[in-house]
Design a protein around this ligand. Structure first.
Ligand SMILES: NC(=O)c1ccc[n+]([C@@H]2O[C@H](COP(=O)([O-])OP(=O)(O)OC[C@H]3O[C@@H](n4cnc5c(N)ncnc54)[C@H](O)[C@@H]3O)[C@@H](O)[C@H]2O)c1
Length: 251
């Protein structure tokens, strides 16, 4: 479905990003895996290449404008893939310090990783997409961009920002035939979740019950939604927030 399409996925060394990058490549895209974790990012690309898929790794600290510019420049360089069709802004972190105890440094780290990174990558990607008069951006938001998940106020605030950044991108760049949408997952079974709620089966089971569907989401669930929003099948959809939450926000 994505033959001759070049896709950049951030935070693709793990979890949702890794699954998304792999699925794009399985559907014939040329994929740029971006992550700050050089060891795991390179391993993801090695696995993809072993399976005959087309991917490169670019070590990127997404909180740095120089790194984000380098990422997009590498993807669009003729020596790499020479163009950019899809940007998936996926990387994010969770810090669950209560707001009244949170340091300024923690707040800044969350905002820089979860929100500023999406501005920086979008900014540099748009410079190519506007010239090419097409492109798609998919941002990984969260149900916490829609409703306040208890105990993670700062994280919720960053995802609220992602939501409005997505809508603004959609409105401002529609004239250039550039679409922007976001996905809003509830709890997905990834390394981030293992860190935030632990790997205890009974805790996961309790969290799963928060979703009417009765299970946690998988990285595949989210990757499928991202690929749909990046595909021509969603060509009339822009500025949307697609919940991938087992019904969590329907209650
Ligand atoms: N896991 C969940 O339950 C869940 C739910 C809703 C939304 N999300 C969102 O999904 C996205 C992916 O989460 P995940 O669960 O796959 O997490 P994860 O921890 O498995 O993967 C995140 C990746 O981002 C990378 N990263 C972090 N900071 C970076 C930086 N400064 N520069 C470059 N890379 C950086 C990490 O190295 C890691 O590979 C995040 O935006 C997260 O907020 C996750």
């Amino acid at each position: 479905m994505f033959k001759d399409r070049v896709v950049v996925v951030t935070g693709a060394a793990s979890g949702i990003g890794k699954q998304t990058a792999t699925e794009f490549a399985r559907q014939a895209a040329q994929v740029v895996v971006a992550d700050i974790d050089e060891r795991r990012g390179a391993a993801v690309v090695a696995d993809m290449r072993n399976d005959g898929l087309d991917a490169v790794f670019v070590r990127t600290d997404l909180t740095s404008e120089a790194d984000c510019a380098h990422l997009i420049a590498t993807a669009t360089a003729t020596a790499t893939f020479g163009r950019l069709d899809v940007l998936v802004n996926n990387a994010g972190i969770e810090i669950s310090t209560p707001l009244h105890e949170m340091s300024e440094q923690e707040w800044d780290r969350l905002v820089d990783t979860n929100l500023k990174s999406m501005f920086l990558c979008s900014k540099h990607a748009l410079r190519h997409m506007v010239g090419a008069t097409n492109g798609v951006i998919v941002n990984v938001c969260s149900v916490s961009g829609l409703v306040a998940w208890p105990g993670i106020a700062a994280y919720n605030a960053t995802k609220g920002g992602v939501m409005m950044l997505t809508k603004s991108l959609a409105v401002d760049y529609a004239p250039y035939n550039i679409r922007a949408n976001c996905v809003c997952p509830s709890i997905i079974d990834t390394p981030m979740t293992d860190t935030s709620i632990g790997n205890d089966a009974s805790v996961k089971e309790a969290k799963a019950k928060l979703n009417p569907i009765g299970r946690l989401g998988t990285p595949e669930d989210v990757a499928n939604a991202i690929l749909f929003l990046a595909s021509e099948k969603s060509s009339f959809i822009t500025g949307a927030a697609l919940t991938v939450d087992g019904g969590y926000t329907a209650i």
